[in-house]
Design a protein around this ligand. Sequence first.
Ligand SMILES: [Zn+2]
Length: 281
Amino acid sequence: MALRLGVDLGGSKIELAVLDSQGKERVRRRVPTPHWGYDVALDVLAAQILSVEQEAGARCSVGMCMPGGVSASGRVFNAYNTPFNGRALKRDLEARLSREVRFANDAKAFVLSEAIDGAGAGAGVVFGAILGTGVGGGMVVHGKVLTGRNAISGEWGHTPLPWMLPEEYPGPRCNCGRLGCIEQFCSGPALQALKEELGNEELALERYEDRLARAFSLVVNFLDPDIIVVGGGVSNMDRLYTNVPRLLPKYVYSDSADTPIRRAAHGDASGVRGAAMLWPA
Ligand SMILES: [Zn+2]
């Protein structure tokens, strides 16, 4: 039976899991991300992978997800809060483990997991949005992650919010250096800031839902997915799943806009599951 080991590498923790061919978890482990420089971090990462593999009892394929991505040059980019940014992590880890390691951005791994056996199971084209501290996104088409020529496909959070209201324009400065990114309007902290700004919970939620409908209408006009799956802290608000789909027709350029919007099924586990699923069962 083929065992698949997945690694979800974050700024504060590394999550590891081994899935069997049915997608059932055999082993699960969580360790803190080391921040003592690249060489030590690489040693810790490789040692954890080998130790989890030993616990699973058989050789595993290895898939890994992390913030940012691995560019065509083989270097990690946009993973500022990890010790691996700017490094040739894929090459170095493959040398330590004597096998190919597949990499994906963490939002893309999340969508893959949801598309295969989560909220998007059975849908041909799945767009996944993570609404957490930041805003991430990714696309899975017929079971495969779209990475894109520049490894940036689905990175919808760093696009300006469409149809800004006069009081929204030009929007806050984003971590990426630009003004008015969707991330600055639709993240968890952005929702919190809106509640404080408006001083009225209900009004803030209505405005937030309208922003989300505007942001999703961009995805529908470009990709027209069969379903949008939402993860991250904000995804726990039930009302989003009735109110935002109702607002979509106001913004989508078509005579119908009935795209289902669903909450992710696997919660925090979707990253590590999706990483393992970068290899076929
Ligand atoms: Zn940005």
